[in-house]
Design a protein around this ligand. Structure first.
Ligand SMILES: Nc1nc2c(ncn2[C@@H]2O[C@H](COP(=O)(O)OP(=O)(O)O)[C@@H](O)[C@H]2O)c(=O)[nH]1
Ligand SMILES: [Mg+2]
Length: 439
């Protein structure tokens, strides 16, 4: 199976996940599904399974079917299996009606098991909804880019029925306008021309498939598809956020805190941006809202605040420490010195930390963002990029440019202003968000 077919399958599967969840919960938007809806749904589906199972059992007994497995499809087999595993309360009760003296302590034991199995059952429902929510957020956050870039791409396939120089010129323009980056585009067009020659491609519609295929190759480039956040094996995981003013550092910290708090982790925010008036208060507020601890003082040396904050994080056995910094790129030498100092104090408190230094870039600033990434890369060791405000731009091609021109993995992507709109970067969801209408 070719790469394009794989992408097509992937997109189809993702569409199905979202549709299935929407149908099941009878909602327009997956994001409207609340925790309690999931529990209700889990309860209902468990009852349904028990009923089905009972009906099946009766049928089996009545008809004496020898190998019923062959007659039911995969889904039903799954359901049947999980019913067996789940040993639902209702059945236990029924059984004990028949067998009244067979007995209470058994009941209690199986209650514990039931609790655990029930939790797992709910969990499987939750992960499905989570998956659908992720897909939907990418879908919405990339809408502008999709509308611009992909619709132009399909129009191109309609306008030209032959692949010629004019076609390539226009394609080049579309890609540059989507902020894929001039160098990336040049390389890309060269590769595409080669392939067109080698494979004797003349059909522009087929070429669209090749284009998607090649864009995907630029990003993947033999690397793993998701770049996970490096979590410390022991002690607090320290994540340092850098980037120029206004790109979304503080809000990103809030969103990251929200994510880890939801996973049940303890979080502390440290206000290393001690320069901008109100910056400390702004972070403090986010800490309160996300149920995170806070450490910060105004008008002091950031390295000092970070040093003290980390000590407190260690003493309080905090899982995740998020450090905000001031981003002043005006003076590279000063910023370099300051970050060096910050890194030193972090390492002194927690050897090996920071575990991540994330550079926050505003996707709407396009090539300017790429320049920032290049500059910061010279100043300090950046381990990942957070690309914010993707929802506000039609130029979502910047992800590809970053990969190709800066070669630092995008770890988070900001797809909107809500707390849940920051997602771990997932190339498959990104591809889905961009190309779902093309297939
Ligand atoms: N639409 C959108 N707005 C964002 C996103 N991330 C941040 N913002 C907005 O960007 C503005 C600046 O954010 P802030 O965190 O204060 O930037 P900082 O100066 O780098 O700390 C705020 O109005 C945020 O709401 C995003 O992913 N999408
Ligand atoms: Mg800030």
């Amino acid at each position: 199976m070719g790469l394009f077919d794989k992408l097509k399958n992937l997109i189809t599967r993702k569409k199905e996940v979202v549709e299935e969840v929407k149908d099941k919960y009878e909602v327009e938007n997956v994001e409207d599904i609340e925790e309690e809806n999931i529990e209700e749904e889990a309860e209902e589906s468990l009852e349904e399974e028990i009923e089905n199972k009972e009906i099946e059992d009766e049928e089996i007994e009545a008809e004496e079917i020898e190998e019923p497995e062959e007659e039911i499809d995969d889904e039903e087999v799954e359901e049947e299996e999980s019913v067996e595993e789940d040993e639902p309360e209702e059945e236990v009760e029924e059984e004990s009606e028949d067998d009244d003296d067979f007995e209470e302590d058994e009941d209690e034991e199986s209650e514990d098991d039931d609790d655990e199995e029930w939790a797992q059952f709910v969990q499987s429902h939750q992960s499905k909804v989570e998956e659908a929510k992720d897909i939907e957020t990418y879908d919405k956050g990339l809408e502008k880019t999709r509308k611009e870039f992909v619709s132009k791409l399909s129009l191109l396939g309609i306008k030209y029925n032959k692949v010629d120089d004019d076609y390539f010129d226009e394609l080049e323009e579309i890609l540059i306008n989507a902020d894929v980056g001039v160098n990336t585009v040049m390389k890309f067009i060269d590769q595409l021309r080669d392939r067109v020659k080698k494979e004797h491609i003349t059909d522009t519609k087929y070429l669209n498939e090749v284009i998607i295929d090649e864009l995907f190759i630029i990003y993947v480039d033999n690397q793993s598809l998701t770049d996970k956040i490096n979590i410390a094996e022991e002690g607090p995981t320290v994540i340092l956020f850098v980037g120029v003013n206004g790109v979304g550092k503080t809000t990103t910290i809030a969103k990251v805190a929200h994510k880890y708090r939801n996973e049940g982790k303890s979080v502390m925010m440290i206000a290393g941006d001690t320069f901008r008036a109100g910056a400390v208060d702004q972070l403090h507020e986010w800490a309160d809202r996300t149920g995170s601890k806070f450490y910060g003082k105004e008008e002091t040396d950031p390295a000092g605040v970070i040093f003290d904050g980390l000590k407190e994080a260690r003493d309080n056995k905090i899982d995740i420490v998020l450090i905000d910094t001031a981003g002043r790129l005006q003076n590279k030498v000063n910023l370099m010195k300051e970050l060096e100092k910050i890194n030193n104090v972090i390492d002194r408190q927690i050897p090996g930390a920071p575990h991540e230094t994330l550079l926050v870039i505003d996707a709407t600033t396009g090539q300017n963002g790429i320049s920032q990434a290049k500059a910061f890369k010279e100043i300090t060791n950046i381990t990942g990029i957070v690309l914010t405000k993707m929802d506000g731009t039609a130029k979502g091609g910047i992800v590809l440019a970053i990969k190709d021109e800066v070669d630092i993995p995008v770890k988070f992507i900001g797809l909107g202003e809500k707390m849940t709109d920051l997602k771990t970067f997932d190339i498959e969801n990104y591809i889905y968000g961009l190309f779902k209408d093309l297939m």
